[in-house]
Design a protein around this ligand. Structure first.
Ligand code: CA
Length: 444
């Protein structure tokens, strides 16, 4: 997930002092230095040399964007359908198929060795870093140091920093190249340093576990981590199911684990009516939109994916992307669309109309991010409507009524716009973690 950052002054707490970042005053630099020195004892007792420590923190200054990202509270809570549409876009499915073909020998070997479905390995790669396109470009030491020194998620960041220093000391990756998300999730697989230390794999045998630049190492690390997360070979993650009439899934806890046979007895069946392969498999019911959207019985392997990222929407995206790469279709049941849940088409149309009105720029992609929200707010202000930035059906209908249809393109102007950046970039699971995420606490 990439978070677009608003430019505003930032209060950074360093020790007891509060200061404004931007133009770092001398006092702030002194406080940063004091904070960094306070990190040395823990590093030292973990076996980090002073030379490694000094090199890692050379020129350290807190990164205001990291704190901003850590404190980001979206006012618009993205419906799960919107997140799934984005995480499992047709383009990502197609790219996944290409990657599967390109790395066929590798992923077949990993499937044999670790017992993890090759489609799942490729799907995690796709959801985590868009197949390595968006691995995060923030220096991990700087990000973790910033979190600790600002007191933002410091408890999470302290052990991560020690692990990160040890990774540098071991020479798996260079000081300049150890980049990741704002929370230190690194490389193709978005492993945080402690997960990396415990589970990353040197697949190509060059003595380094390079999840940043070496795809065999990265994909093997994913497979290795899923295996220790109790992935079961030759089993799927779950099934889309049909609920019996009058059944309210909200009355069943998502933690209730029962054999598929028991669920079947109360009338829950697969959407296309096929039998469950193993009735004794323990499953829980996951119906994030209640009776208004797709419902699933999820199995052991769904719970393994949750070790990577504890958001269930994330695990669903990974499972669904794997199935789509395998050649299965979309969910049979549609996600709800109503006043507050626009469909992908409606969201794209909304952006197109906002762009036509000059309220935002870019290429409509149906992803509601900060740029779209700001455009909606600007529109609401101009129309003296309540300003909440929420992309509702009412706003879409007003825009439709006001915006003239685009003129038909001239003969010589029919080419794709292509190069324009997407209107928004954000992409995070909507159901945010209650607990700490295991592989990549940053949700980046
Ligand atoms: Ca290697």
């Amino acid at each position: 997930m990439r978070i677009a950052l608003k430019a505003k002054p930032l209060i950074l707490k360093v020790g007891s002092a509060a200061l404004i970042l931007g133009a770092l005053p001398g006092a702030a630099i002194a406080d940063s230095a004091r904070c960094v020195e306070g990190l040395w004892p823990a590093a030292k007792s973990a076996g980090v040399t002073r030379a490694t420590f000094d090199r890692a923190f050379q020129g350290f200054a807190p990164d205001p964007e990291v704190i901003e990202a850590a404190n980001f509270q979206p006012e618009y809570v993205k419906p799960i359908g919107e997140y799934i549409d984005r995480a499992v876009s047709d383009k990502r499915v197609e790219t996944g198929k290409q990657k599967l073909a390109e790395y066929q020998a590798l992923v077949e070997g990993l499937e044999k060795r670790y017992g993890v479905d090759r489609h799942i390995i490729v799907a995690i790669w796709g959801v985590e870093s868009n197949y390595g396109v968006q691995p995060g470009d923030k220096n991990v030491i700087r990000s973790l140091g910033t979190l600790i020194c600002s007191g933002t998620k410091a408890k999470f960041a302290r052990p991560q920093l020690v692990s990160a220093l040890k990774i540098l000391q071991r020479g798996d990756i260079g000081f300049e190249a150890m980049n990741g998300s704002w929370a230190g999730a690194m490389g193709h697989t978005q492993f945080i340093p402690t997960t990396y230390t415990a589970y990353a794999v040197d697949q190509d045998g060059d003595g380094k576990r390079d999840i940043w630049g070496n795809i065999p190492d990265a994909l093997a690390s994913t497979a290795s981590y899923l295996k220790v997360s109790k992935w079961r070979a030759s089993e799927t993650w779950g099934y889309e199911v049909k609920l019996p009439k009058g059944f309210d899934p909200k009355r069943v806890s998502e933690n209730t684990l029962k054999p598929l046979g028991d669920w079947q007895k109360i009338g829950i069946v697969r959407v296309a009516g096929e039998p469950f392969p193993r009735l004794s498999d323990k499953a829980s019911l996951f119906a994030p939109e209640g009776t208004r959207g797709p419902a699933f019985l999820v199995l052991n392997n769904f719970r393994s994916i949750l070790r990577y990222n504890v958001a269930k929407s994330y695990a669903l995206a990974v499972g669904h992307l794997a199935d789509r790469i395998k050649g299965y279709g979309r969910f049979v049941q549609a996600w709800p669309t109503d006043e507050t849940h626009l469909s992908l088409e409606q969201r794209t149309e909304l952006q197109r109309l906002l762009i036509a009105q000059g309220l935002m720029t870019g290429e409509p992609d149906g992803v509601i991010g900060p740029a779209t929200l700001e455009a909606v707010r600007t529109y609401q202000r101009a129309k003296t409507l309540p300003v909440d930035g929420f992309p509702s059906l009412t706003i879409l209908k007003r825009l439709r009524a006001e915006t003239p249809p685009p003129a038909p393109p001239a003969e010589n102007q029919t080419g794709s716009v292509g190069e324009a950046p997407p209107a928004d970039g954000g992409e995070a699971p909507p159901a945010n973690a209650d607990g700490e995420q295991k592989a990549n606490a940053g949700q980046e």
